[in-house]
Design a protein around this ligand. Structure first.
Ligand SMILES: [Cu+2]
Length: 120
């Protein structure tokens, strides 16, 4: 009986992890034009994780990493070939070039933390 409970508990934890990292859909936040957009890295997520931005205009993102996990120490914009190291509790600004309309993802180096810029 106990083994079954342990197994069920394990399954529940796995399901939660899968949902957390891959299935949960972040709500889009609109980034104001000509303003630095601040993104917090905390508790296993980027906050906000979905940001609407105007296409065709350079923009600056300011990452603030509060998350101590090594996972959080790098942010990668793979389709833009940009990456940066994030120091703990130290804001790090990344200026992006004007983006094509579409979705530009940013992730940790293993793709577990996920965020996206929605350029329109
Ligand atoms: Cu990671």
């Amino acid at each position: 009986m106990n083994e079954i409970l342990v197994a069920l508990g394990g399954l529940l934890i796995i399901a939660t992890i899968v949902w957390w990292f891959w299935l949960s859909i972040p709500r889009a936040v609109r980034g104001a034009i000509n303003r630095v957009i601040e993104i917090r890295v905390e508790g296993g997520v980027y906050q906000p994780a979905a940001i609407e931005i105007p296409a065709g205009k350079p923009l600056t993102l300011r990452f603030l990493r509060i998350d101590v996990t090594p996972c959080a120490e790098k942010v990668v914009f793979s389709d833009l070939a940009i990456s940066a190291d994030l120091l703990l509790n130290r804001p790090h600004e990344i200026t992006l070039p004007a983006l094509q309309p579409g979705i530009h993802e940013f992730t940790c180096q293993m793709g577990m933390y996920r965020g996206k810029l929605i350029a329109k």
